[in-house]
Design a protein around this ligand. Structure first.
Ligand SMILES: Cc1cc2nc3c(=O)[nH]c(=O)nc-3n(C[C@H](O)[C@H](O)[C@H](O)COP(=O)(O)OP(=O)(O)OC[C@H]3O[C@@H](n4cnc5c(N)ncnc54)[C@H](O)[C@@H]3O)c2cc1C
Length: 401
């Protein structure tokens, strides 16, 4: 854009918010982050995979070495059934193929790394600012209003406020909401002593399918005393309410998960037993939001497209969004034009991943013994070529043409 560069308020300082803020600030736009948490959140969430497409954006941000310091390079995916029988072993992308490795990292450390980078660039971040609504003055711009009664004015507003986006609800109160997918998620971290020698190589992500549910684990750091992350997907018709989640003790939840994974191959049960804190949540997705914004406001990341975690792409899509939007802003004649192009370019890719994630999630639902046998045969025969095809398009990201 040729004229003086406009300024942006970004609501939400998770993954999408600070990564976009970094691109915009470096390109000379005015930018300010407004976050509902009262402080930088150091302890939220489990672990994530940032796949090669997301790592391309991390390289554009100049944060590759910081990322390698906090995460584990993941070069392989090993699939087993609950008895421990290997169903398939597949490379998790490769630098020669995609230009970057996949990295497994704790969400909290990854998030802090982005916040620190934003702070170093002098990007103002205000905490304790919960977006409530926006006003659009007749003479231009947008005023974001917060629940504490404060407000901030800018030329444009970005809703990067995640799965339960308030900006989305304000803009499109009648649009579809994120839908529960029939799966509960649990997870946590354990120290490396818990992992038996046989599995102790850092690099592979282990995926275990059983008669009911699914379990995964992987190293999540690059030192000998690194922690290991794990997660469990539990089929459940009923979504947990906030009250149920708050009232469930760690031990109650641990026992529930142990029941599902009882008798699964070592070290599944011992990981669950050793995990000091067990995270819990409902798995949602939002298959297609009819619109992602207007001339003044744009949704990015999970606010625009909620995907279930079964392709491990949510954070990478948030990063791609930030990079694509920045490139489009630099190319377009106006910000509204860049907003429209953003939706046109990003929608087909993210909606394809949302569908793929749903399909992967459906393979984790309860099965009869014969159903398990069919699934195991199918995975053994088909997974290598399915995974290769999936990686070919998912792990490739080239910005805009
Ligand atoms: C169980 C699970 C496992 C996952 N595994 C993976 C994985 O392996 N790989 C992967 O790439 N992705 C994974 N994801 C998805 C990933 O965590 C998200 O897609 C990613 O964090 C999206 O980034 P975001 O910035 O859009 O939203 P978020 O990271 O959710 O950030 C939104 C921010 O907005 C703030 N906010 C919310 N409401 C308001 C408000 N009203 N006002 C101001 N601020 C507000 C929040 O506090 C938060 O800081 C997983 C998700 C889940 C649930």
């Amino acid at each position: 854009m040729k004229r003086e560069k406009p300024n942006f308020i970004i609501v939400g300082s998770g993954i999408s918010g600070p990564s976009l803020a970094l691109f915009l600030k470096r390109a000379g736009y005015g930018v300010r982050l407004m976050e509902s948490y009262s402080r930088p959140a150091e302890d939220i969430g489990g672990a994530l995979q940032i796949s090669p497409n997301g790592m391309k954006v991390i390289r554009e941000l100049g944060l590759t070495s910081e990322m390698l310091e906090i995460g584990t390079v993941s070069d392989e995916m090993i699939f087993r059934n609950h008895t421990g029988r290997i169903l398939a072993m597949i490379p998790n992308g490769s630098v020669s193929q995609f230009g970057e490795s996949a990295i497994v990292v704790s969400r909290a450390r990854f998030h802090l790394m982005l916040l620190e980078a934003a702070e170093k660039e002098g990007i103002p971040t205000e905490y304790g600012k919960k977006f409530s609504h926006a006003e659009f003055p007749l003479d231009g711009g947008v005023i974001a209003k917060f629940e504490d009664g404060s407000s901030v004015e800018a030329d444009f507003l970005i809703g990067a406020d995640g799965n339960h986006s308030k900006v989305r609800n304000f803009l499109f109160p009648n649009f579809p909401k994120p839908e529960y997918t029939g799966i509960l998620n649990a997870g946590g971290f354990v120290p490396s002593e818990v992992i038996p020698e046989k599995y102790s190589k850092r690099g592979p992500i282990h995926f275990v399918f059983g008669p009911e549910g699914f379990f995964g684990f992987a190293a999540c750091g690059n030192t000998a005393d690194t922690s290991w992350m794990w997660w469990s997907n539990i089929p459940s018709e009923k979504e947990l309410t906030r009250e149920e989640m708050d009232s469930m003790s760690n031990e109650f939840w641990r026992n529930k998960i142990l029941e599902i994974h009882k008798g699964w191959h070592d070290p599944v049960e011992r990981i669950i037993q050793a995990s000091p804190v067990i995270l819990k949540g409902n798995v949602h997705d939002l298959r297609s939001l009819p619109k992602w914004g207007n001339d003044k406001v744009l949704l990015t990341g999970d606010a625009a497209h909620v995907m279930s975690p079964h392709t491990g792409q949510g954070a990478s899509m948030a990063l791609e969004d930030s990079h694509t939007l920045f490139l489009l802003l630099e190319r377009a004649n106006s910000v509204p034009e860049a907003f429209r192009d953003f939706e046109t370019i990003r929608r087909p890719r993210v909606e394809r991943i949302i569908e793929e994630s749903r399909r992967n999630g459906n393979r984790k639902k309860k099965l009869s013994p014969i159903g398990c046998w069919i699934r195991d045969v199918f995975l053994t025969l088909a997974l290598p070529s399915f995974a290769k095809k999936g990686q070919d398009w998912m792990y490739r990201y080239e910005g805009i043409k």
